[in-house]
Design a protein around this ligand. Structure first.
Ligand SMILES: [Zn+2]
Length: 384
């Protein structure tokens, strides 16, 4: 069933495990992601960023999509999540990652998202508070959860870029929760976006511990989120480069540190890059192992685009020729089916171990199956 993200994070918090959240960029990936969460009996948080919405709304230049494209894409993602998740035995939340405006938050709520992030972290503090508060006022009457962000993460990811990071101040985080009424907060504590996180990253877990401790003393019933937390498995990168890719300086976060922080106050762990890498490697392997597909009328263009951009590992940049399948999940022929299978396998391979390692494996029955309407009532009664 579809639930607000809050109910999934309440269980993670209460039972001290980490809940991973995965970015999705096609109907097939959504189907595969829900299936693997079902098989491992884990709640699921699937995410679409603004660029994912634009892409799924048919924008070729998805980094600069229009609001109309984002509206269409939010609905396409919402429809796919409903199709595979509404009757699923596990609780599934659909969350907007790094929302930038009230307008795109609204598009997501209309499209069927059950949770939204508003990222005002690049704004002066008071403006961030004000924007996040506005989003809470908009989302909570629908029962939709809200994630804010405080502190700045370095790195590149979809609409987010920063050269340097500023760690989150735990005292300010308390003030932020109080003033905005948000459900979850992304903190900056050493992780960064993208595939180049630097070698030997040491997460400042003290920031999560201090923030969570202060929250308990202040009676704040909220959750902390770790962004930029892909593990970037070196064997994925090595294989991509063996097959003609040119990825350099790739470093992820050591999974043991993520397991550790999930027991030290972090409730949600965002992963995107790992999936992109696994899908790209699978598709390169497909074309290399079956050279006749390089000339396929329906998927040959994909190979050409991959060859032309060896530094790229974002499937959206080479799958434009099968965009209808990406958006709807409808498969016109056998060759396209092979690409879809590569994407599904990439999702399953990268997600499954993290569900086990972070500990959400076999916990789905601990999550209260709350509807959006019930959550809206709760917010109203509690005055938030
Ligand atoms: Zn992020």
């Amino acid at each position: 069933m579809l639930v607000p993200m809050r109910s999934i994070l309440e269980a993670a918090d209460q039972y001290h495990y980490g809940q991973a959240a995965f970015n999705m960029n096609s109907a097939g990936q959504i189907e595969a992601a829900i299936r693997i969460h079902e098989l491992l009996h884990s709640g699921a948080i699937l995410q679409g960023a603004e660029a994912s919405n634009a892409y799924m709304g048919g924008a070729a230049d998805f980094m600069h999509g229009t609001i109309e494209q984002k509206q269409a894409g939010a609905k396409a993602i919402g429809d796919a999540v409903k199709k595979y998740g509404a009757d699923s035995p596990i609780p599934v939340a659909l969350h907007l990652d790094h929302g930038k405006s009230l307008e795109s938050v609204k598009a997501c709520i209309d499209g069927g998202y059950t949770s939204v992030m508003i990222d005002g972290s690049s704004l002066p503090y008071e403006e961030n508070v004000e924007l996040t508060r506005e989003v809470v006022k908009l989302a909570h009457p629908y029962g939709v959860s809200v994630e804010g962000e405080l502190g700045v993460l370095a790195g590149v990811e979809d609409h987010v870029f920063s050269a340097t990071s500023t760690y989150t101040n735990p005292m300010q985080a308390i003030d932020f929760f109080k003033k905005t009424g948000c459900d979850a907060l992304a903190i900056s504590y050493g992780t960064s976006h993208g595939a180049n996180k630097g070698s030997n990253v040491k997460i400042r877990r003290e920031i999560a511990i201090a923030t969570k401790e202060c929250m308990m003393h202040e009676g704040i019933n909220g959750f902390l989120v770790s962004h930029g937390s892909s593990t970037v498995p070196p064997e994925y990168v090595a294989r991509i480069n063996e097959l003609g890719g040119q990825l350099e300086n790739t470093n992820g976060i050591d999974v043991n540190q993520l397991v550790d922080v999930s027991k030290s106050g972090i409730n949600k762990i965002n992963v995107d890059t790992d999936i992109r890498l696994a899908c790209t490697r699978n598709i390169l392997e497909l074309f290399t192992g079956h050279p006749e597909l390089q000339k396929s009328p329906s998927i040959g263009k994909i190979w050409e685009e991959m060859r032309a951009k060896p530094k790229n590992f974002d499937p959206r940049n080479y799958l434009g020729s099968i965009i209808n399948t990406i958006i709807t999940g409808e498969v016109p022929d056998e060759d396209v089916q092979k690409i879809v299978n590569c994407m599904k396998d990439g999702v399953i391979e990268s997600i499954a171990p993290l569900l086990v390692q972070f500990g959400s494996y076999r916990k789905s029955q601990l999550i209260k199956p709350v509807t959006l309407e019930e959550m809206a009532d709760r917010y109203k009664k509690e005055g938030i």
